[in-house]
Design a protein around this ligand. Sequence first.
Ligand code: SF4
Length: 80
Amino acid sequence: MSAILVFEFVKSLAEFVSDGCQLVSRDQYAARLEACQGCEIRNGPVCDRERGGCGCRIALKAAAKTWECPHPLGSRWPAV
Ligand code: SF4
């Protein structure tokens, strides 16, 4: 794991904790995963950095309320 990925992970974790570790609802989680299914940036289970994504595992990233879809053209996730 590169230093940049470690930094991004720690930063994201700090955001999650400072947001009170809030998770999205089951329906919101499903809607996020559905959006990722059709996304050109997704590469298997990962939001691919080389395609403009964040490098996170989608199943994890979609669960936290504070984390956002990093699509370069704007979020593909429905508003929470
Ligand atoms: S850019 Fe957004 S919609 Fe696309 S795979 Fe990443 S998190 Fe999912």
